[in-house]
Unconditional design. Sequence first.
Length: 207
Amino acid sequence: MYLSRVEIDVNNWRNAKKLTQLSAFHNWVERSFPDEIDSKEQMLHLWRLDRLVNKNYLLIVSQNKPDSILLSRFGVDGTVVTKNYDKFLDNIEPNQLMNFQLTANPSFESAEGKVTPSITVKDQAQWLIEQAEKAGFQLKRSEFKITSREWPVVLHRDGRRVRLSRVTFMGKLRVKDVNLFKQALTSGIGLEKTFGMGLMTAIPLAE
């Protein structure tokens, strides 16, 4: 597994014009893996948009290493960084305390199979608590917060415009099931992974 990051060149107006839809970011990510395209065996590529110290970044978790030239297509020159993610995954231990960040699409499925977004802060927080158990970690409501709540528009091929709920969570968690936790980090949490949701990152904390 690999963890990659590139600073988005927001000062290039041509790039900014092309990156107005989440589908454009998805296309950028997918085209950064030309070998998968050629072999017609495209893997899951988790990605999200981050903002850190007034800079915008594209973050990707992938099974294969992306092409650094293609990944820099809309990025600031020299900012592509790709690291081996397996070293981190292999050192995860039960009961380990970590800081985490997750951008996700909190939603629930009705008995009829209809997917409905969680609207309120309370429901979105409860969604994450419920997801945690299935994803091999535990967290307390007092130890995480919602830092962003947005409704980006996605334009479907049939012309429909759909608003998605995009929520960013940050806080502390404790690993309970290492295998489930690794799966969550590499396969994502929740829906709408195509549009940059579901990617969680974590940093170990000393106790």
